[in-house]
Ligand binder design. Sequence first.
Ligand code: GLU
Length: 488
Amino acid sequence: MVSVRTRIAPSPTGDPHVGTAYMALFNWAYARANGGEFLLRIEDTDAERSTVESEQSIYDALRWLGLDWDEGPDVGGAHAPYRQSERQDTYQEHIATLLNNDHAFHCFCSKERLDEVRQAQQKAKQTTRYDGHCIGLTEEEVHRRLTAGESHVIRMVVPEAGDCIFADRLRGEISIPYTQVDMQVLMKADGMPTYHFAVVVDDHLMAITHIIRGEEWISSVPKHKLLYGYLDWQLPELIHLPLLRNTDQSKLSKRKNPTGINYYRALGILPESLLNYLALMGYSMPDEREIFSRSEMVEVFDIDRVSVRGPVFDQEKLSWMNGQYLRALSQAEFAERVVDWLSPDRLRDLIPLVQERVQKLSDLVPIADYMLGSRAALTEQDFAIDKLERTDVVRILYHTSMRLEQVREWNRDTLMLICQAGAEQLDYKFRDFLRPLFVAISGRLVSLPLFDSLVYLGPDLSRARLREALDVLKVSGKEKKRLDKELR
Ligand code: GLU
């Protein structure tokens, strides 16, 4: 019997997502339940967006949750390296095989030409995909253009007709016509592989037996399956888990729900209750009990019990569950958890902000209450701010909340620039612009410096507070639509 090997393959961009923890949990549970191995691979082929901080925070978050991996960049293993950026030679070797067998081709098309093709297809209401322009280039021409150093990518060949048929363990047989499958770029102009190529090469070479991942990847299976066939490899078993949803059934997004693991950690959600809650997403224990530990889960784990209907990630249910866990602790354990939560790290980052503002140590508590704990509940009255009407307050809060969603580098300078630009665009004095933000974030007009507070609280918590403020101000859908227009 081949031993079961599963993997989680996050991209190290931004804050670790609860969706990553969800996938990690099910991959981990499947491997542990079957006496197999669970791997962690870092998919960092997007050099521009990948950061070492994000990679580190993935390790920290998964360890905090108690999910351990047998192989990975930080622990090594027989199939190292586990960071895709370090596997260039391997990808080169396999792209050469594909090129030699005419399963891939060089493509020299310019961005302008590709744009034109796409626009024409859109106009004709066709699936937008590469039109095969470079597939017929002669060997001599390719050679000449490569020698001349022309920028190019490498694409895969896709059959012109027929269907790709494959099985998903939870959904049965799925069929996708090849006419809907793009001639995917496998190697980018910078020589880096794309996800679709690297994932196939790595899953095969790392001897992955079961690919457990989100349902958003189902439509990519035809590309992957073709590549497995071209390289004469065996396709692992496919298990696509349902995506987590917001309470309105849309895909879980930071626009509506905090999605960062660190958000829940900072809030004081215990790792075991977050994990337990994630385990209930589309899954149930054979005896239907709701509270269980990860080892209890592994003991009776049965992946076929996963239901593919989109599970709703509900904050209130999570808080309820966390309360159950907190009450089940002994008083000594509870005290330990509090100390853990109020870690030296959390305090350390606060010191530079409070030290120069206190006379007694106890002054720390009222000054930093909203940083460490929840801020006071807001009322509409809190936003009765001098010189600003309700519509001004709403504009400023809405504008800022939308802009903050696009921030990749959550630091003081970026946040300040965004607010400065916002004040200019909406035509307010910078000072006036900031005042509703102070209230939304801290619950009062005067608090610790705003940008430092935002940095300390982090993106999820900051955005959640702005959203709550907009709720308190009862901003209607119609009003938001109008504001969206203004934003554009
Ligand atoms: N890097 C991909 C992601 O971030 C991995 C998808 C997969 O598991 O194949 O979701």
